[in-house]
Design a protein around this ligand. Structure first.
Ligand SMILES: C[S@@+](CC[C@H](N)C(=O)[O-])C[C@H]1O[C@@H](n2cnc3c(N)ncnc32)[C@H](O)[C@@H]1O
Length: 285
């Protein structure tokens, strides 16, 4: 069952964190001429109207990208993301928010490749309508977890993977871990970015430790783990508190780029007094 629709959440605190990391990673990849392949296992629709009924219903972008839109004190990595979102909007008015495939497209060069997987028929159609014709891009309505293996290693041996499932079914937690292991076994240099929710759920609380152990065993250049908590659970313990981004084989510049970002986001996007952030890295990162 595919109940999740990212349009409700586009541009929220989780998107801001995830897309800041993605933009930093791809900009780092662009420092060398040799082309890269970007694999997005759960691509979504690629772009979202913030004026549409979905985005307006929850208004999550108000406590995400909109809260950063006019600020003049953004850390550099957030200013980079905002510039990309402005480019996507073709101006200074925040009307649309780019999904991860659009962020990658904005940063891709003629020698780079996009491999985008999305299972929801509606989101697939929207994604394909605007990216399938882009030279170097392939858009498939296939299971991204199952499709990842065949994409690695890329012919140029430069690859970035984003694994960003909805986690609405508990098997996603197990499959994320399997996908990380499989990706690194096939290509130990792959930069693998994994988004994970902060929830009061055993599967969610155990996942970071498991990702670290897998990266410790298989990644050549260690890992980085960025954690952002902005909200409290409701009285029944439900609700997303924030999110984490785990990066295996992070570019060596990423830790320094994220250091000012994390406390800034915790302050600006806080929905309660206890908002906080953390940035951890392995000894080898
Ligand atoms: C969190 S959203 C992706 C957001 C997108 N990565 C971004 O940052 O803009 C997750 C997407 O995964 C899709 N999906 C769920 N299971 C999938 C699977 N096994 N393979 C591919 N797509 C899947 C959902 O339909 C949904 O659009």
């Amino acid at each position: 069952m595919l109940a999740y629709r990212h349009a409700f959440h586009a541009g929220n605190h989780a998107d801001v964190l995830k897309h800041t990391v993605l933009a930093q990673v791809l900009r780092h990849m662009n420092q060398k001429d040799k082309g890269w392949r970007y694999v997005d296992t759960h691509a979504g629709a690629g772009g979202y109207s913030l004026e549409g009924a979905y985005a307006r219903k929850k208004g999550e972008f108000a406590q995400g990208i909109a809260a950063l839109w006019d600020r003049d004190d953004l850390p550099e990595a957030l200013a980079t993301l905002r510039a990309l979102v402005r480019q996507f909007n073709d101006g200074d008015k925040l009307l649309q928010y780019p999904g991860s495939p659009a962020i990658a497209q904005l940063l891709m060069r003629p020698q780079d490749q996009l491999r985008l997987f999305e299972l929801h028929p509606t989101d697939y159609k929207i994604l394909a309508s605007y990216l399938a014709e882009v030279p170097g891009a392939e858009v498939k309505m296939l299971d991204g977890f199952a499709s990842l293996k065949a994409q690695l290693p890329p012919p140029t041996r430069r690859g970035v993977v984003l694994i960003d499932p909805p986690y609405e079914i508990k098997t996603d937690y197990v499959r994320v871990l399997g996908a990380l292991r499989e990706a690194l076994e096939r290509f130990a240099d792959a930069v693998v970015i994994i988004w994970l929710p902060q929830l009061q759920l055993i599967e969610a609380t155990q996942l970071p430790q498991r990702l670290k152990a897998t990266a410790d065993a298989h990644a050549k250049k260690g890992w980085l783990h960025a954690k952002l908590t902005v909200a409290q659970a409701d009285e029944r313990g439900f609700g997303m508190l924030g999110s984490n981004v785990f990066i295996a084989n992070p570019p060596h510049t990423l830790h320094a780029a994220l250091q000012p970002v994390m406390p800034y986001l915790a302050k600006q996007l806080a929905q309660f007094d206890g908002a906080k952030s953390a940035l951890e890295k392995s000894a080898s990162a």
